[in-house]
Ligand binder design. Structure first.
Ligand SMILES: Cc1cc2nc3c(=O)[nH]c(=O)nc-3n(C[C@H](O)[C@H](O)[C@H](O)COP(=O)(O)OP(=O)(O)OC[C@H]3O[C@@H](n4cnc5c(N)ncnc54)[C@H](O)[C@@H]3O)c2cc1C
Length: 443
């Protein structure tokens, strides 16, 4: 047996001196929809802000996951309004279906860069958060890894916008994951962009978001060609027209039973996702004339993660809040998106609630305040809520609003020298309203 197999199962704990590279009022970890809004809000309220992001661009799932429909933003105002307005002015966002605005990914990246740089926010790309610095139950900063090695940054408030709740989890805040009965999460999806798709022309004729007309057309064509009983693993793929000629983004794969917070699983998911994209694309191209000249331009730089940790906070949103259209004094935004559960097993989407349940409930500020650790806030899909509630509030318009609320809250904390836990959520709402980040929308 080689020496390799005799290796110990653990290694010694490193004790190294980590240089402190900067001091900030607010550090935002993760530059997705929640992160960019947190940073903008904090900076516009006078804070010195650092954004730490693993990728070389902002946008999170918008850009790294190629998730281009900007849902539940119409009633939000604020940053949502600014983004849609700026992309519209460039003709880089279009109405791609009922309640669906889809944008050009490269223009979104550039716009977000410019919006944050205009506010003098410090950006640190290609940098991975590794460890929180905790003293006496308070987060005092973060340790990161990048090409420079390991370094630390001090902050008065840290906002966890990693989607996965990496900061809160490593700080020891309890979290939940998946559905209550077995911990299974919604499937992952590798999005991809196609060009030369004549189908996009007839999009409105064919496309219904919940129905399965696209796959039905493909199945019919395959049966006509003599291919019977082909098993698809997701029966509701959708093709989303985006700016460009015959260009579309396709959401067609469902990768199940793998964890988004385990790198072996993520590796497997990326491999499986690419194979599935390739397989489905060839079926389209072979059997549907509208796809004869289609070409895959690219798949997402990161597989799409619908769900991972839900960090436990001062309030946990539940399906009851949604069913009761619950409003809160500290309600920081109104969610109107349905409970969209891509089932962890089977090929069903939203079998429990579907579009029958049209929500109109609020997210209280307290969902952004994690248990146990002071001076930490959470925003985006990792906030405190149940499996079902998460399936509704997770869409990006709501993540932007949550981020904005966290940024405002951080500035209140710093100016008043208080912690997020003792911050009055009603004050956050008042400031958001004054800023035009509308939170009590009418339907
Ligand atoms: C396939 C799919 C389809 C979807 N469809 C829609 C849709 O049509 N419309 C819609 O509005 N929403 C949709 N969603 C939901 C939406 O995309 C997400 O819920 C939303 O992007 C979450 O925003 P966030 O800011 O919380 O996190 P994310 O968008 O996940 O961003 C997190 C950011 O943090 C960074 N990060 C993570 N960990 C670290 C770390 N340790 N150190 C440094 N940086 C880190 C990431 O690189 C990323 O940039 C979809 C999601 C998926 C997966």
């Amino acid at each position: 047996m080689s020496g390799f197999y005799n290796m110990k199962h653990t290694v010694y704990k490193e004790t190294i001196e980590i240089p402190v590279m900067g001091n900030f009022d607010v550090i935002v970890v993760g530059g997705g929809p929640a992160g960019i809004a947190s940073a903008l809000a904090a900076s516009r309220h006078g804070m010195h802000v650092l954004v730490v992001e693993s990728y070389g661009f902002l946008g999170g799932m918008w850009t790294m996951g190629m998730v281009v429909p900007f849902f539940d933003q119409e009633n939000k105002g604020g940053i949502c309004y600014e983004i849609v307005g700026a992309l519209n002015a460039l003709n880089m966002i279009k109405v791609a279906g009922p309640d669906m605005w889809a944008f050009d990914i490269e223009q979104m990246k550039l716009l977000l860069d410019r919006m944050l740089l205009k506010e003098d926010i410090t950006l640190l790309f290609h940098t991975h958060f590794t460890t929180p610095i905790i003293e006496n139950g308070k987060i005092m900063g973060i340790v990161v890894e990048n090409k420079n090695g390991r370094s630390a940054y001090n902050a008065r408030i840290v906002i966890d916008c990693t989607g996965d709740g990496d900061v809160a989890a490593r700080a020891g805040v309890p979290f939940e994951i998946g559905r209550p009965e077995d911990g299974s999460t919604q499937p992952m999806t590798l999005m991809f962009q196609m060009s030369n798709v004549a189908y996009v022309q007839d999009y409105y004729k064919y496309h219904h978001y919940v129905d399965n007309e696209l796959i039905q057309k493909l199945q019919d064509a395959m049966v006509r060609a003599g291919v019977m009983n082909y098993q698809f693993n997701y029966l509701r793929p959708c093709i989303i027209p985006v700016p460009g000629i015959y260009t579309s983004i396709c959401q067609a794969t469902h990768i199940r039973n793998l964890s988004a917070i385990n790198s072996e699983d993520l590796t497997q998911a990326e491999l499986q996702g690419r194979e599935e994209v390739n397989k489905l694309f060839h079926l389209f191209k072979t059997y549907m004339p509208e796809f004869t000249h289609a070409h895959i331009d690219t798949s997402g730089p990161h597989i799409g993660i619908r769900e991972s940790r839900r960090i436990m906070g001062e309030y946990k949103l539940t399906i009851d809040d949604i069913e009761q259209s619950r409003q809160f004094d500290d309600g920081i935004c109104t969610v109107t998106f349905w409970v969209d559960i891509h089932q962890p097993d089977g090929d069903n989407q939203s079998k429990q609630y579907g579009k029958l349940l049209q929500p109109h409930y609020q997210i209280p500020y307290r969902c952004l305040v994690p248990l146990n650790v002071e001076n930490l806030l959470i925003a985006g899909r990792c906030i405190s809520g149940s499996f079902e509630a998460h399936a509704s509030y997770r869409v990006t318009g709501n993540c932007v609003a949550m981020g904005y609320a966290a940024g405002v809250a951080a500035s209140i904390c710093i100016k008043s020298n208080i912690s997020p836990r003792t911050t009055d959520g009603c004050e956050v709402v008042t400031i958001m309203t004054a800023d035009g980040a509308v939170c009590r929308a009418q339907r």
